[in-house]
Design a protein around this ligand. Structure first.
Ligand SMILES: NC(=O)c1ccc[n+]([C@@H]2O[C@H](COP(=O)([O-])OP(=O)(O)OC[C@H]3O[C@@H](n4cnc5c(N)ncnc54)[C@H](O)[C@@H]3O)[C@@H](O)[C@H]2O)c1
Length: 307
């Protein structure tokens, strides 16, 4: 079985590609290496250095590979960039996705699995969020991750193909980028590994639903094996505060873990948590990694990688 993975040189995409290779799939990867790294690519995979917005070249690659499945993770992932340059954000995330989906179904792809985000939800009152709450994104990034969900549903129904939309909570793990807007776990890991204090904004009681990257990779594999089309939260359903997160780092790294408090960041969502029950029922998937073990693995990777 052939799987084309976009964004396969990136943080989550490289773990997905590793897992697919380990399960004997023939993996091809599209990535423009804007945030991804060649060192993340599995040796067994075929790599195409192509930008999603190069619509003709994307078409040529998809027609040449003729994959059975497409897993689409490549994206402009920086919320600040989406605010300062929404055209670039929309061009990659919306137009790039729609071009890719169209050509994929034209060459007979059986199922497309799309990496969407908790960012589509905005800041609704009741937690944990189920997939059917009102969608009200707070950033152009949230919009540009949401719009392709609709294209995918419509193209699938027109072509007779299948689709799975996975809305990820806060993903963490080895290979995550700690620069720019990297996730808090990557930033904490990187700074503590370098002997530097971490900054906690506000009182540290803001909470997030942290999910380990290998669990996310397994969710993508489960999506390929499932007959269910639709939208699924990929999350733990458990909220951890930033203070609790820092305590875990104290347990793992000892006194090397030091923190400073700074004023809250304007616009930051206080609490975020997604209900994973639908994915459990339909995809036969649930998060397995204990948060302590996941943080320990991540910290170890940062200590060794020194990034
Ligand atoms: N990390 C998270 O917590 C999180 C949460 C929700 C959703 N997601 C989604 O998961 C996916 C992967 O995110 P990630 O955290 O691994 O980020 P990442 O930056 O590590 O991976 C994105 C990959 O896409 C590639 N890319 C970017 N623009 C491209 C373009 N125009 N053409 C071709 N390749 C391009 C990058 O080089 C990179 O390898 C994204 O779609 C993101 O929206 C991530």
């Amino acid at each position: 079985m052939k799987v084309l993975v976009t964004g396969g040189a990136g943080f989550i995409g490289s773990h997905v590609a590793d897992l697919l290779c380990a399960h004997g799939y023939a993996v091809s990867i599209i990535d423009n290496l804007s945030t991804g790294r060649v060192s993340n690519l599995p040796q067994e995979a075929t790599f195409f250095h192509v930008d999603l917005t190069d619509f003709d070249e994307i078409r040529q690659v998809v027609e040449a590979v003729r994959p059975d499945y497409l897993i689409h993770l490549a994206a402009q992932v920086d919320v600040t960039t989406s605010l300062t340059n929404p055209l670039i954000d929309a061009s990659t995330n919306i137009l790039g996705s729609l071009n890719l989906f169209q050509v994929a179904y034209q060459v007979g792809v059986k199922r497309i699995v799309y990496a969407s985000s908790a960012a589509v939800y905005g800041d609704p009152a009741a937690l944990p969020l189920s997939e059917d709450v009102k969608i009200e994104p707070l950033s152009p990034y949230g919009i540009s991750k949401y719009v392709p969900e609709h294209y995918l549903r419509i193209f699938a129904s027109e072509s007779g193909g299948h689709y799975t939309i996975l809305r990820y909570a806060n993903v963490y793990g080895p290979r995550q980028n700690a620069s720019g807007e990297g996730g808090v776990v990557a930033i904490f890991s990187s700074r503590i590994a370098a002997g530097k204090p971490v900054t906690i904004f506000g009182n540290g009681e803001q909470t997030r639903d942290f999910i380990y990257v290998e669990d996310v990779a397994k969710a993508n594999l489960a999506a390929l094996h499932s007959n269910c089309d639709g939208v699924f939260n990929i999350s733990t359903g458990v909220r951890i505060s930033v203070n609790n997160l820092f305590d875990l780092f104290r347990q793992i790294a000892g006194d090397t873990a030091r923190c400073e408090y700074a004023p809250p960041r304007p616009g930051e969502i206080m609490h975020s948590c997604l209900d994973p029950e639908k994915a459990k029922a339909c995809l036969n998937w649930q998060a397995e990694t204990d948060i302590f073990d996941g943080i320990a693995q991540t910290y170890k990777w940062f200590v060794n990688a020194r990034v």
